[in-house]
Design a protein around this ligand. Sequence first.
Ligand SMILES: Cc1ncc(COP(=O)(O)O)c(C=O)c1O
Length: 449
Amino acid sequence: MSAPQTQLTVLAETPAPRLVTEVPGPQALALIERDRKVTSPSLPRAYQFVPKRGAGSVVEDVDGNLFLDLNAGIAVASTGHCHPRVVEAVQRQAAELIHYSASDFYLPIYSEVCEQLDRIAPMKADARAFLTNSGTEAVEAAIKLARHATGRQYVISMFQSFHGRSYGSVSLTASKSLYRAGFGPMLPGVIHTWFGDCSHCPLNLTYPECDFATVRYLENVIFRRLVKPWEVAVVIVEPILGEGGYIVPPPGWMEALREVCTKHGILLAVDEVQSGMGRTGKMWAIQHSDVQPDIVLAGKGIASGIPLGAMIARDDLMVWETGAHGSTYGGNPVSCAAALATIDLIEHGLMDNAREVGGFMIEGLRRIQLRQPLVEEVRGLGMMIGIEFADHDTAVDVEKAAFRRGLLMLTCGDASLRMSPPLVFRRDQAETALGIFEEAVAEVASAGG
Ligand SMILES: Cc1ncc(COP(=O)(O)O)c(C=O)c1O
């Protein structure tokens, strides 16, 4: 192992958090000031964290403070920060071939990643993959393929969902109007409907008599009043809402949605950019149901932080002709090398760890909920955990109190915090994280939060 790799292994094992300055420290504040002058003000910075290096679930900031990371760079560092196997794969590939466009020529490593994705895809039918640089590009590819393959125009997505920020994706995104404000008109032909049992929708539109009223809404309202189902190409849905609040739909809901799609020849695309790649304890969150999607979208954790996304579709849907879609960088060899190492690590231990340690965290959080009335709900699967508070400000106060103690978390939805640690997160780290989280909640409660 090289000297920098040995240092990283030591960092991954170092007990964290360990703070040596107030946070943010002086170096962090200086960098933030420098950054403020030259970066786009649109960047949604959550708090004043300035990372310098990371290993496993530990991240050191520019002042030498060690943080315990429940963000994983927003569900990206699936194998932990700088996993030695991923680092080695990236270095080896970078020394051999950094780039050649797979759209125009043939890259063996690109085909290898597509073979792996076909193997792990959550559908029985053969699948093919189109590789991208990001989640949003995978979503764009799905919109284009679905329209192309069906000859239909309309696309249905869910209120509270997040699918990215490029024009097609942001037209589907409906978690915050801020993402759309000032950018209209959006892509024509996008219609929104309700997700799950609607128990977390801001209007409190719950349908207690039937969990699947939101699916009936599709049939009874959308298809009756707005658009004929034979004009709808695809329903694009996150199997667990990510940015929209880490909300798990009730059992049976995905099956009911699948049934409506199948009945009308509508494709079902699951956006697993956040929920996929082992995070929920299965490779794909959709595998917690009996549903087989037609299209699966991956990103974030697929290559442990090297930019890569994938649109994986049933073989028979990939009918677009040569030249219809492509990308200069998508499926770049370095990102493909990282993806192959990542998939192997996820399959050989990390997915199981996500289920076990994630389950331990959910149980621990439910015990905290009994002691801390500020916590209104704990939900999630594996290492995709949402914690609901009374309002957004309380969630932000807890997020900041945790940060001051060296624990990195992020808000989501209207009034929630998310925990999405690297899948290497250990049980002892989970115990530490739970203790700090409870202290943060207690601090906010005692301040009248
Ligand atoms: C479910 C989902 N889809 C798509 C995206 C967009 O991915 P990217 O930011 O890589 O474009 C995200 C990003 O948060 C996401 O969570």
